[in-house]
Write a protein that binds this ligand. Structure first.
Ligand code: PEP
Ligand code: MN
Length: 334
């Protein structure tokens, strides 16, 4: 981090500021020019509040040279992280499709979908048990019963399961869940992230509706700072002024995140577009862009789905998408 001081900064003010940085465990490189003094801060500057510094009378500008995320940063961990989910690997050249309904609705529904998506090439089964719905009057999910049904589907098909947590107090229900999803609305629920940092289970962290890539990485950092390094990032579209689509898919997040971090990156074209007919082209584009995986909503009867029917593929449509995605993967990987 570099702090440029204002021309009138006195010797005493500079000494006080340098002493304050040193008390924070930082080394300070002082460069005195004809008109200005520049302080180079060396060490872990992630705890330094840039806004607070900018508020000081003698500071002209502050620039971070290194990123504030450390555990997630590719600079400190050049190799791709490979997350092993009950034998299904993702990241570092391993690709996974996570498929299943938005919400678990019944035993018949989840078992039927699980069988069909597995056959079509999905490695993991998704299904919401606790649903974050915009309206309190909409279907809220089968909750604990939904998790039981997912576990039954896992037993029958052998597929690891992915399901969303909304509150840390529900963690005991997630003991046998393979991947815990943190949904877009909870990406900055820092207390929840801290709790998930204490467990030894893969976390699928979805980007918030209005969050930057840096904020997504800082949320991953919350989990990793607690010791849980098994974080998978998911881009699911962000809110823009566009209204034809539910969200706007930021596909550049894939190569950008691959530059910035070693964590696997998954694309969710279902929530990103909100329309079943847009899922296939965006899934193919994501595979071409180098995503480590896809998360796709599939329903046996989309018009009657209790949640997100408009963006859900039928099992037949999913089979077609999966087949083509694997072809794209072959074409782009060497
Ligand atoms: C989901 O995956 O079911 C979901 C609610 O997604 P998001 O958090 O991205 O809206
Ligand atoms: Mn959904």
């Amino acid at each position: 981090m570099v702090a440029v001081l204002k021309p009138g900064a006195t010797k005493q003010q500079i000494e006080n500021l340098v002493a304050w940085f040193k008390s924070r465990g930082l080394d300070v490189h002082i460069s005195i020019g004809q008109f200005r003094t520049i302080l180079g801060l060396i060490g872990d500057t992630s705890q330094i509040d840039v806004d607070l510094l900018m508020g000081l009378d003698i500071i002209d500008s502050v620039k971070r040279i290194s990123e504030p995320f450390k555990s997630a940063n590719r600079t400190f961990h050049p190799d791709d992280t490979v997350v092993d989910i009950a034998g299904q690997k993702i990241g570092g050249g391993h690709f996974q499709i996570i498929a299943g309904p938005c919400s678990v609705e019944s035993e018949e529904q989840i078992l039927g979908i699980a069988e069909s998506v597995r056959e079509a090439g999905a490695g993991l089964l998704r299904g919401g048990a606790f649903k974050p719905r915009t309206s309190p009057y909409d279907f809220q999910g089968l909750r604990a019963e939904g998790i039981e049904l997912l576990l039954e589907a896992k037993k029958r098909t052998g597929m690891p399961i992915v399901t969303e947590i909304m509150d840390a107090s529900h963690l005991p229900l997630f003991e046998e869940v393979d991947v815990i999803q943190v949904g877009a609305r909870n990406m900055q629920n820092f207390e929840l992230l801290k709790e998930l940092g204490k467990i030894d289970k893969p976390i699928l962290l979805k980007r918030g509706l209005a969050n930057t890539i840096k904020e997504l990485l800082m949320s991953a950092e919350y989990i990793m700072a607690g010791g849980n390094m098994k974080v998978i990032l998911c881009e699911r579209g962000i809110r823009t002024f566009e209204t034809y689509t539910r969200n706007t898919l930021d596909l550049s997040a894939v190569p950008l995140l691959h530059e910035l971090t070693h964590l696997p990156v998954v694309i969710d074209p279902s929530h990103a577009t909100g329309h079943a007919r847009l899922v296939k082209p965006m899934a193919l584009a994501a595979a071409a862009a180098g995503a480590d995986g896809l998360m796709i909503e599939v329903h046996n009867n989309p018009p009657c789905a209790l949640c997100d029917g408009a963006q859900s593929l039928t099992p037949e449509q999913f089979a077609d998408v999966a087949r083509r995605v694997y072809k794209i993967r072959e074409a782009v990987t060497e």
